[in-house]
Design a protein around this ligand. Sequence first.
Ligand SMILES: Nc1ncnc2c1ncn2[C@@H]1O[C@H](COP(=O)(O)OP(=O)(O)O)[C@@H](O)[C@H]1O
Ligand SMILES: [Mg+2]
Length: 279
Amino acid sequence: MTTVSDTIDASEGVTDAIVSARALTLRFGGVTSLNNVTIAQQRGEILAVIGPNGAGKTSLFNCLTGVYEPQEGSITLRPSKGGEVSLLKRKPHKVNNLGVARTFQNIRLFNALTAVENVKIGVESRQHAGPVSAMLGLPNQRREERESDARAVELLSFVGLAAQANELAASLSYGQQRRLEIARALATGPELLLLDEPAAGTNPSEKIELTELIRRINREMQISVLLIEHDMRLVMALADRVAVLNFGKVIAGGRPEQVQRDPAVVEAYLGAAEEDEAS
Ligand SMILES: Nc1ncnc2c1ncn2[C@@H]1O[C@H](COP(=O)(O)OP(=O)(O)O)[C@@H](O)[C@H]1O
Ligand SMILES: [Mg+2]
């Protein structure tokens, strides 16, 4: 039986990685939030990262997206157009330009802007007309504006928010805000989409819609999805593979049904449940 202190290589069996992180260690003072984490995502798959609160899941996303700089390890992105690029020491917007988009555990939207305006911010991050042509209303700027309107509307309808296009983000329901954040991330044209607890705070029918949406993003848009999620039904329904973090270490990895039976995983979750009871 594996014990909690073992570290698992969650890149095993990955033959065509879109992203791989090797031996990542991230510390904050005395806290080690990632401890020698090795994980890779197969191009085209839905990979779920699960684990108790404080396990290091969001820290991993923050390392992958340039928010945190790990003290040790490497992160390599392999875009579909070929080549490979290190994601270390890159600012979040640069990582985004390379084809990695994300949503946040705590929704981040421009509340005073409408749904369509929020999505256009994502589209425009990929466009080229600079501020000068925008000010002068030059032809390529006007063309880009039309394109970005069209793309934003298209994405809103893809996530089921066509009817809410002109509503303020703040006025949308929680589940709608989660989907709007996904639309904005999609607007940046990613090959890899990182979703940090997209179902948190949503109701059962919103969870079903969200499951369907994530599946369509993966299959129809052919975007690789890295998913942090607590809802095990959603994870089991969607994930091709699951990696389990506990105290900053990968303690299990594999097919969902394998991982669910893994004694180390059961132990980690039971331990976490007992701590919750004690506190
Ligand atoms: N900016 C930070 N400063 C200090 N500690 C942090 C910071 N970010 C994360 N941590 C710590 O790293 C550990 C993992 O946190 P996190 O990655 O948010 O876990 P999870 O997303 O799995 O709940 C926690 O102990 C947390 O307190
Ligand atoms: Mg988190």
